[in-house]
Design a protein around this ligand. Sequence first.
Ligand SMILES: [Zn+2]
Length: 183
Amino acid sequence: MPFQLLFFPKQRNGVINMIAHETNSQSTIERLVWDILFENEIGEPPVPIVFLCDNLGIKVRETRFKTPTLSSMIFEDEGQYQIYVNRDASDERQRFAIAHELGHYFLHLNPRRVAHAGFADNDDTLGQNAQHPMERQANEFALSILMPHPWVRSLRVTNSHADLARMFLVPEELINWRVKTVR
Ligand SMILES: [Zn+2]
């Protein structure tokens, strides 16, 4: 395994809650993402995130959550991982939410199983001010897989952030967020 993770179990509401230490460094996540793109023969934007989930045997479904603040979730049901995403969100927001859940899948659920059975996310956990280390890691993963570092670095030379948002099929604020991390 390329990751060294330390976890401290914490009991909350009768559910074991795990806290990840930030040893999933950004560069480690970038390398993981690059391997995933290579193995799935994805070589240009926009990254086909639902196709990628399909390839991995993860079902993606649009839904309207009973809790309106929910954006997306991932959980395992009888050995099958499922991602649900808010159907009322824009396609670009849905892509980020799906990529975030895929980050939880690779970093926290399968095969490491360092977390509880799944994750439910909202605007806070999908945002730049997410507090929990696992949420920040899933966001790093989502930014990395939707906007791979080498592609952004070369395309940003001749394209505006609005152009990049159209190329990568992400909200423009995510381009701004990503560009901060790409030297
Ligand atoms: Zn999350």
